[in-house]
Ligand binder design. Structure first.
Ligand code: PLP
Ligand code: SF4
Length: 340
């Protein structure tokens, strides 16, 4: 976290920010930035700035709903979302090391006190009682905002549930507070394998020697790393930028997992990109670089969960007999169905 509020305000003023606007937005949607992340800003309105510095546009969005994904509807006990048949999300932290301006949980972040451990155990009890849950996603806020010993206790509790096969942690810490990833933390995490970590990287400049060191520690702990990236206007809605980000992730043993269209959440409209833009970016990856660098393109539907979206140009026509398909270069091929 930024230790000295005054330093932050000084910095923003020197960079030419409109301090009055920032104050106005901050009253509705709080601001928080880590020192590491702030140091990545090169100039006003660059891709790092846009992710973390309040913009007046957040207040101009009058159409979007605060919770379009209807998470509240699928919340079974406080902080536990059970929507899919075999997996559930447990939120163990209401705080984050940064308040991303595009956050899907913008309605919540920075407003609540830390989740009491007692509530988390109510969530783990729910998981214990639901044998169908074989995959638990630990989310928040940011789960790695909890102390090492709290993380140890929560993971131990989850691991004591025999039907929980895999545990996943979703965190933005390696890109925002890379120094939080220490050998001690990794030693705790690796006691609870199979444990996966899904990270959040939005721009290639977030991959630098500090975050690379954090990723190395995690990967060396045997933790499979994935990245969930959000397609953001003015940050990464550009084929070259996205390719560089995906390639840098793979170089650091992070497998791009999902590339999300930005959810239509109240206050984030200015970050959204067209579906066509998403297709253009996807098509600029598939075939042009390693398949490992190509994430699934996802729309989180309003309340119905994630839907993978494939650019329609790949399938020109499909009938009982055959498909006419187009490759990454736009060359056309036929693939026929088996004869019966
Ligand atoms: C994203 C999400 C999951 C996990 O989905 P995967 O496709 O398995 O990564 C589970 N539950 C909820 C409520 C989610 O939003
Ligand atoms: S770290 Fe995640 S939960 Fe926290 S503000 Fe950023 S996107 Fe939202």
């Amino acid at each position: 976290m930024f230790q000295n509020e005054e330093n932050l305000l000084d910095f923003l003023e020197r960079m030419g920010a409109d301090m009055e606007e920032i104050q106005q937005v901050q009253r509705i949607y709080p601001m928080k930035i880590s020192e590491h992340f702030l140091r990545l800003i090169k100039e006003k309105d660059d891709p790092i700035w846009k992710q973390c510095i309040p913009s007046i546009e957040e207040l101009c969005d009058v159409h979007n709903a605060p919770d379009p994904l209807k998470e509240e509807r699928d919340t079974k006990v406080a902080g536990l979302v059970h929507r899919y048949p075999d997996r559930a999300v447990i939120m163990i932290s209401s705080t984050c090391p940064i308040y991303c301006r595009f956050c899907t949980r913008k309605r919540k972040v920075g407003r609540e006190r830390q989740i009491p451990m007692k509530q988390i155990f109510i969530g783990t009890d729910y998981i214990r009682e639901h044998q169908e849950i074989r995959d638990v996603l630990i989310s928040g806020g940011d789960p790695l905002m909890r102390t090492n010993s709290e993380i140890d206790i929560i993971l131990r509790e989850l691991r004591s549930i025999t039907h929980v096969e895999i545990i996943r942690i979703g965190t933005r810490i390696p890109s925002v507070v890379p120094e939080r990833i220490t050998p001690e933390l990794v030693n705790i995490l690796k006691k609870y394998h199979p444990l996966y970590i899904n990270l959040h990287f939005e721009h290639p400049s977030e991959i630098n020697p500090s975050s690379e060191r954090a990723l190395m520690l995690l990967a060396n702990g045997g933790i499979p790393l994935g990245s969930q990236t959000v397609l953001l206007h003015g940050v990464n809605d550009n084929c070259e930028v996205m390719k560089e980000l995906m390639q840098k992730l793979v170089k650091n043993r992070v497998r791009p997992y999902y590339l999300y269209f930005c959810d239509p959440v109240k206050g984030v409209e200015h970050f959204r990109t067209s579906i066509q833009k998403g297709f253009e970016i996807f098509r600029s990856l598939q075939g042009f670089t390693s398949g490992l660098c190509v994430p699934h393109l996802i729309i989180d539907s309003p309340g119905g969960g994630k839907v993978p979206i494939i650019p329609p140009e790949y399938i020109i026509c499909l009938d009982e007999e055959k498909a006419v398909i187009s490759n990454y270069k736009g060359e056309i091929y036929e693939y026929s169905n088996p004869k019966i």
